[in-house]
Design a protein around this ligand. Structure first.
Ligand code: IDP
Length: 149
């Protein structure tokens, strides 16, 4: 089983999309192992996005993700990292296919509604920024019997 870090970004919270996004994750068959609503600190945001520190959009990205409440989650399942990247769709919503979260609910890259870790290393790093080990819940869901061979 894999775990990945997901953020429902502040624009999505303001637009009332939390339930829709959580519902898509659940319906896909992934399990929510941790979840918290809160305003991300500037320190956490800068650590999270440190690979982009030299990019021209860095300051506006930090301002965006700390601008209001967001939802942080750890999502778990077989191939959870790749599945959540596909569920979210392309970074630029113009290229995101209909049926993906960004393809259905977003218009531009700087307000693209959701985040998902893009690799095992990123998932591990991002989960450690946003959650203590004790906040990640280990439990079995009854539907796992039907989801997995
Ligand atoms: P990802 O979120 O799909 O992993 P990244 O390339 O890692 O995409 O970019 C991180 C975030 O930075 C994007 O989701 C988006 O919010 C923001 N971002 C990336 N490129 C641009 C840009 O050209 N303008 C504004 N914001 C950008």
């Amino acid at each position: 089983m894999e775990q990945t870090y997901i953020m429902i970004k502040p624009d999505a919270v303001q637009r009332g999309l939390m339930g829709e996004i959580i519902s898509r994750i659940e319906k896909r068959g992934l399990k929510i192992a941790a979840m918290r609503l809160g305003v991300m600190s500037e320190e956490s945001a800068k650590e999270h996005y440190k690979e982009h520190v030299q990019r021209p959009f860095f300051a506006s990205l930090i301002e965006y993700v700390t601008s209001g409440p967001s939802v942080s989650m750890v999502v778990e399942g077989k191939n959870a990292i790749a599945i959540m990247r596909a569920v979210n769709g392309a970074t630029n919503p113009v290229e995101a296919l209909p049926g993906t979260i960004r393809g259905d609910f977003a218009v531009e890259t700087g307000r693209n509604v959701v985040h998902a870790s893009d690799s095992t290393e990123a998932a591990k790093r991002e989960m450690a920024i946003h959650f203590k080990d004790s906040e990640i819940v280990n439990y079995t869901k009854i539907d796992e019997v039907c989801l997995y061979e």
